[in-house]
Design a protein around this ligand. Structure first.
Ligand code: MRU
Length: 338
């Protein structure tokens, strides 16, 4: 396979490596990824994460297995185990479907080229979404974002953070409120790290501070990513997104979801049909990362820990996709079906 390099995944001299996002922002450690079990483990632990990137990671791994001589039946079995690693982000399923189609038509030899194409396509999709979104946001805006949707979540510049990156590149100087994003702190650890690397002016807040900022008129727009957009425009994203959308609606703050077509699931009629991953109690009972592990609640505290929630289409101002920006009327008329 040709050399491929992104912020948090790389394939150099046919060695696939993942930047361990669990260790960020304080330690930048690249982990080798050689087997389906390696990749599944990293996806489950969120060492590699973000809807587009887990799809890219799974495809690159299958390509590497094919290059190492794995036969067709074993490749199919690995693909089916990778598909089950996380249930919500449809990008994982879409990318694996593309790999299986390549396997059907061209055999194992077709996989490296297909994985390269998926990687390079994701970079282009990020550029398109970012440009579409940057056209909507005025210079000097205060933008609020949730979770991490940047170069740590895609092969390119990102989705919502891609828009912020484009604004910065156009000298529109956004200021970004970064939700810390409990329980796993993808905002506080990863988005803050990305903002710093990009030189974007940002302020880190706890998730429960967003409504106050909106009430004070300090938020001009909210930009979030998505793990799956249903045909009617309802979408799943990191838990807490729904509260932001409700608050944005109340305070009349424009609320945009930014995603590539690989996140749209036309076969999923509405948000109620999106499978939502539930994660372990420990993630809510405490916190862990490069700083170590802290447990603050009683060990047997009962916990509810969905990784994502669903935001209904009626709370969305616009869907910023790679092929354009769509409003509620266009979505209701079936814009996501083609
Ligand atoms: O659990 P994570 O960290 O994978 O969740 C990521 C998100 O919710 C992102 O907003 C989403 O995947 C879109 S990323 C471009």
């Amino acid at each position: 396979m040709k050399d491929l390099l992104a912020t948090s995944i790389r394939c150099l001299d046919n060695q696939l490596e993942v930047l361990d996002q669990h260790q960020l922002p304080h330690k930048e450690i690249w982990l080798p990824c050689r087997t389906a079990d390696d990749m599944i483990d990293m996806i489950k632990k969120l060492q590699i994460r973000g809807a587009p990137l887990i799809g890219i990671g799974a495809s690159l791994l299958l390509a590497r297995l094919a290059e190492d001589g794995m036969g067709e039946a074993d490749l199919r079995e690995a693909a089916s185990r990778l598909r089950a690693a996380r249930p919500t982000a449809v990008n994982l399923m879409n990318n694996l479907d593309s790999m299986l189609t390549a396997l059907d038509t061209g055999g194992p030899d077709a996989l490296p080229y297909t994985a390269e194409q998926l990687f390079e396509e994701d970079v282009r999709l990020c550029q398109k979404m970012s440009a579409n979104g940057a056209n909507l946001i005025a210079a000097g805006s205060n933008v609020l974002t949730h979770c991490n949707t940047g170069s740590l979540a895609t092969a390119g510049a990102g989705t919502a953070i891609g828009v912020i990156t484009a604004l910065q590149a156009q000298d529109k100087h956004p200021h970004v409120y970064v939700d810390e994003t409990r329980p796993l702190l993808q905002g506080g650890r990863l988005t803050a790290w990305e903002m710093q690397k990009l030189g974007v002016d940002y302020t880190l807040i706890c998730d429960n501070m967003a409504a106050l900022l909106m009430a004070q008129g300090k938020v001009d727009a909210i930009l979030v990513g998505s793990d799956r957009i249903a045909a009617n425009g309802d979408f799943a994203n990191k838990v807490g997104t729904y509260s932001l959308a409700v608050n944005a609606h109340y305070h009349q703050v424009p609320f945009y979801v930014v995603a590539p077509y690989t996140t749209v699931d036309p076969a999923c009629p509405n948000g109620a049909a999106i499978p939502i991953e539930e994660r372990s109690a420990q993630e809510v009972q405490g916190v862990s990362g490069s700083f170590g592990e802290v447990l603050w609640s009683p060990k047997n505290a009962r916990v509810f820990n969905p990784a994502f929630d669903v935001t209904p289409a009626k709370l969305v101002t616009g869907w910023i996709l790679d092929n354009g920006v769509f409003d509620q009327e266009q979505i209701a008329q079936g814009a996501l079906l083609h």
